[in-house]
Design a protein around this ligand. Structure first.
Ligand SMILES: [Zn+2]
Length: 348
């Protein structure tokens, strides 16, 4: 109880206008914050997925950033860190991961009308094959309209998971807890888990709509034609890089780059590690492939001292209201989220 009260106090102290302004001033002198999103949907479309931000929320967040920050491309951010200038506003870079259809249907018109620079890191395997990545299969399967129990005890030693069938953040927290069972596993084990969840979830009625869809290759081309969008790599297989052999990593990087070049007609210069997972060998492989920068999901601030292939990022998702977002934009939310909120770790 005391711990909870202390957390509450700390949260409100951090979230005051005065402390936020102080944090932004520090940021202006020392670095840039890179924000990580995944997907944007229209407000009327319901889904319980932290990865899906509502259009109106995203616009409100952009409006806040425009008021207090310079929204930069990755190259502009790197140039600013190389030659810091006095008096500039703090910098922020907006990024999206993976590659879902909402990026074309909802995000693209917004970046065009808002003149908003964004970087979109695309995995290519699911786009080429037009299938779902394992975590999207799990998220889609668990959008149920009636109570459901998923038992992963016998196969994964992970116990059971309860879904009430009532839409809301509690459903997402249970999905996130289930995703954590496989997050540090090989892609084969993750696919097995998704198959098992789909099998057990098939007995419950599904909510109408509520289905993440992969981007199509022609959609990638449409995104790349926008002057406000830079397409980056996110690997072909989306397997965790530290778990892949050197040959598998090379192959996944190469295939991803070839396909994205083919679909966009552009050079692919930036990279995001799948699920943010990286070790020394992964960092070397990405640097040797010629990527100018690579982002992780380690929360924090990108400074002049940060290795360019280990740039931190702060995740933003569906259940983060403006008070959480304001802290996220200072680079502080990673620690704050874990300390103060019971929200997900957001590594997808
Ligand atoms: Zn990803």
């Amino acid at each position: 109880m005391i711990r909870r009260a202390a957390r509450h106090l700390l949260y409100h102290a951090l979230n005051s206008d005065v402390s936020l302004a102080r944090l932004r001033r520090a940021l202006r002198r020392h670095g840039v914050v890179v924000l990580m999103y995944h997907e944007v949907w229209g407000d009327s479309e319901e889904i319980d997925a932290w990865t899906v931000t509502r259009r109106s929320e995203f616009l409100r967040q952009v409006e806040y950033l425009r008021r207090h920050y310079d929204v930069l491309t990755l190259d502009e951010a790197a140039a600013r860190l190389a030659a810091p200038a006095r008096g500039v506003r703090p910098g922020v870079v907006i990024t999206f991961d993976d590659g879902h259809q909402g990026l074309v249907d909802v995000l693209l018109p917004m970046v065009e009308s808002e003149h908003l620079p964004v970087t979109i890191y695309l995995a290519s395997g699911h786009i080429e094959r037009q299938c779902h990545m394992w975590f999207d299969r799990v998220i889609n399967a668990l959008q149920v309209a009636e109570p459901l129990e998923i038992d992963l005890g016998p196969l994964y030693g992970a116990g059971s998971f309860h879904f009430s069938g009532v839409p809301g953040q509690a459903t997402w927290l249970e999905i996130d807890r289930l995703l954590e069972v496989a997050k540090s596993s090989s892609i084969e084990r993750c696919e097995d888990l998704a198959r098992e969840v789909e099998r057990q979830a098939a007995r419950a009625a599904r909510r109408a709509g509520a289905r993440l869809m992969p981007l199509r290759p022609d959609g990638v081309g449409a995104l790349a034609r926008s002057r406000w969008i830079e397409i980056g790599g996110h690997s072909h297989c989306h397997g965790l890089f530290p778990l892949l052999s050197p040959a598998e990593r090379r192959e996944s990087l190469q295939r991803n780059r070839e396909l994205l070049r083919e679909w966009t007609g552009r050079e692919i210069r930036h990279f995001a590690y799948p699920s943010g997972e990286h070790d020394a060998a992964s960092v070397c492989a990405v640097a040797e492939s010629g990527f100018a920068t690579a982002v992780t999901t380690v929360p924090g601030i990108w400074t002049a001292a940060t290795p360019v292939h280990r740039i931190p990022r702060v995740g933003v998702g569906r259940y983060d209201d403006m008070s959480v977002f304001r802290i996220a934009a200072t680079g502080g939310i990673g620690i704050t989220r874990r300390l103060l909120l019971s929200g997900p770790s957001a590594r997808i």
